[in-house]
Design a protein around this ligand. Sequence first.
Ligand SMILES: Nc1ncnc2c1ncn2[C@@H]1O[C@H](COP(=O)(O)OP(=O)(O)OP(=O)(O)O)[C@@H](O)[C@H]1O
Ligand SMILES: O=P(O)(O)OC[C@H]1O[C@H](OP(=O)(O)OP(=O)(O)O)[C@H](O)[C@@H]1O
Ligand SMILES: [Mg+2]
Length: 285
Amino acid sequence: MLRIAVPNKGSLSGPAGEMLHEAGYQQRRESKELRIVDPANEVEFFYLRPRDIAIYVSSGKLDIGITGRDLLVDSGAHAEEILPLGFARSTFRFAGKPGTATGIDDLKGRTVATSYEGIVAAHLADRGIDASVVHLDGAVETAIELGVAEVIADVVETGTSLRNAGLEVFGEPIMKSEAVVIRRSDAEPDETTEPKVQQFLRRLQGVLVARTYVMMDYDCRVEQLEKAVALTPGLESPTVSPLHNEGWVAVRAMVPAKEAQRIMDDLYEIGARAILTTAIHACRL
Ligand SMILES: Nc1ncnc2c1ncn2[C@@H]1O[C@H](COP(=O)(O)OP(=O)(O)OP(=O)(O)O)[C@@H](O)[C@H]1O
Ligand SMILES: O=P(O)(O)OC[C@H]1O[C@H](OP(=O)(O)OP(=O)(O)O)[C@H](O)[C@@H]1O
Ligand SMILES: [Mg+2]
């Protein structure tokens, strides 16, 4: 059985469960369940605090886990990212009241509040900045109002939390994060675990592709085929089949979902007709 750590709470938990469900895995029915077995897929899921996942995985007790890149780095655990998952995207930034600082050099001798002490201390040390770091569990924006720190370093997504607290980011982003699959850094690939890990990753990659691509079908005249194929090159190469009417072909290719409408317009312009897109529910590349 492959043993997999999954976030039990917070921003990572819902989207992680949805992705695993889309990948065909059984998920817990109740948010209090700590562990479930999916015998058909030979996996066992452990629902753990997102912050603890890298620690469990680095200990080798669990084979892989889903967590945030920022949490992985912050933990300092002996684990590495093996697949980015595209959700829980955020940046990690310094912020303060307007006019507090313009860059990291202004932090010398000041106090920074954060829930990610590992990331902040390493970032300051790398740049030779001597500043104090205060660890808070959350809602760090309030630390400034209450005078616990002059500066915070926190996760920023839309920027709403900072705006509501009257704060502004400054300096370069410290890091960009998203949900990632992790495993132990020096994991020795053994014959039973490795194929299961690779199958798990292929399933999640299949979900990512199904989310970002659509299937496009259309008919076009043979003379227009090269232009049409340039618009829809597909992942390897499009399928081209003859139509009953001579001089026409049917083309089928995967295209990025975000570009589908523009591609349909362009195909129409060059004379393609019966242009259809359909959702992809699952795939293996
Ligand atoms: N608003 C957000 N948008 C996107 N990702 C976020 C957001 N807040 C936190 N994250 C990401 O979620 C992970 C942190 O998860 P964690 O559960 O510790 O905190 P949380 O989502 O803020 O939940 P809570 O603070 O309620 O426990 C990190 O990878 C972080 O980058
Ligand atoms: O830029 P935004 O879209 O506002 O998102 C970022 C905010 O979301 C998270 O806070 P959360 O609500 O989880 O509270 P917390 O600070 O207690 O973790 C994070 O810590 C930021 O405060
Ligand atoms: Mg939070």
